[in-house]
Design a protein around this ligand. Sequence first.
Ligand code: GRF
Length: 194
Amino acid sequence: MRIAVFASGTGSNFTAIADAIQANEIKGAQIGLVFSDKPAAPVIEKARARDYETLVLEPAAFASKAAFERKLIEELQYHAIDFIVLAGYMRIIGNILLSAYEGRVINIHPSLLPSFPGKSGIADAFAYGVKVTGVTVHYVDAGIDTGPIIAQEIVRIDTDDTLTSVTEKIHQVEHQIYPAVLAEIVEKGLSNRE
Ligand code: GRF
């Protein structure tokens, strides 16, 4: 299965997935493309350093979101991409891209959805004072962090935790769960969605 990783930032989840593929822990998966909407995103450097194909398209350079997504689909098809893995991709996937890759886009979110969706799931959970938060991997639909949940793992917030320590714990869990979920999806094949 040829995967495209979409990321707007650091790319630590991309690294975890790429490491797992290199270690042959996601059998049958290949990263066919690393895409970013941000030219300066560190993930692009990381991907180039590992000799992956990369693509940067800035939505502002297109007349509309539809035009942006049509170009993106063209590129995904050119790279023979079967499956899209969002890893810190900070844009909503529009209907055009979603219908081209229906049931074949997943995302990781740093909270136990449906609690604390949106851009700052870790900080929002910490500020709320919850004692348990976590990580969710889910299929992507037209909403924000709303698609069918595939896997979740809890992270406890102890009294001596800080936002930094919780963030670290969340990332550690992310780097385990995302490659593991991907391995299961690839193993079961694309037909087994639920
Ligand atoms: C992760 O916390 C992920 O859950 C969220 O964005 C962050 C991306 O981090 N969607 P990185 O770029 O993979 O380091």
